[in-house]
Design a protein around this ligand. Structure first.
Ligand SMILES: [Ca+2]
Ligand SMILES: [Ca+2]
Length: 215
């Protein structure tokens, strides 16, 4: 009798084992729908790219010379007397300045025949008044043909009105103005604000970094 019981148990095991693979079959049948999952994932990535826009701040102003002819009086290119912004009724001026000089023969600190150094970018760290051609130290900075003046403010200028004062002498010299997220040149992350094809003063509204003009 004992042998019969063992045989029955062994037979029962043989019957149960083949049943396990059969139970897993429905799981295999569910795999084809899984192939459709990667497709709806793409829109999530596109939406995520808009998020950094809100964190941008337009703290830098770039004045780029576009003059065609040189002023040989030691002031090649536009002569920027100063720049300031009105933000919520408060006037602010730049706190730091740098220049990448363009082409031309400049009056510099090393030239004894010049009344003043006309290449000092710090001359633009004010509201532009006064601005005399023969001022010493210089009231303005001459950036040269194709030169670039970068002015840094201590706040985001989005929503402010920007004023650039340029010495309009006998020769017309032209420039363009950009608001930028960074102080890099060549320009990156900048928004074009305006241009002065005949030089002189310019006033511009600084749009927000997410206005759509920035790229
Ligand atoms: Ca000039
Ligand atoms: Ca000045």
């Amino acid at each position: 009798m004992a042998r019969l019981i063992v045989v029955v148990v062994m037979l029962s095991g043989c019957i149960v084992d083949p049943a396990d693979p059969a139970e897993s079959a429905p799981g295999e049948a569910e795999s084809p729908p899984n192939n459709e999952h990667p497709e709806p994932a793409a829109p999530h990535d596109e939406g995520g790219n808009d998020a950094p826009c809100a964190a941008k701040a337009m703290r830098w102003i770039v004045v780029a010379d576009t003059s065609q002819e040189e002023n040989f009086a030691g002031t090649p290119g536009v002569d920027i007397c100063g720049a300031w912004a009105e933000c919520d009724g408060v006037a602010v001026t730049a706190v730091e300045a740098s220049v990448v000089l363009g082409e031309g023969q400049f009056c510099t600190a090393n030239d004894p025949e010049c009344l003043a150094d006309r290449t000092d970018p710090d001359a633009a760290l004010d509201d532009g008044a006064p601005c005399e051609a023969t001022s010493a130290p210089s009231d303005y900075v001459s950036v040269g043909l194709g030169g670039v003046l970068v002015l840094g403010f201590d706040r985001d200028l989005s929503g402010c009105t920007l004023f650039v004062e340029e010495y309009a002498g006998g020769d017309w010299e032209s420039y363009e103005v950009f608001a930028c997220e960074r102080a890099d040149t060549p320009l990156r992350g900048c928004s074009a604000l305006g241009s002065a094809p005949e030089g002189g003063a310019l006033s511009m509204d600084v749009g927000g970094a997410c206005s759509g003009a920035t790229r």
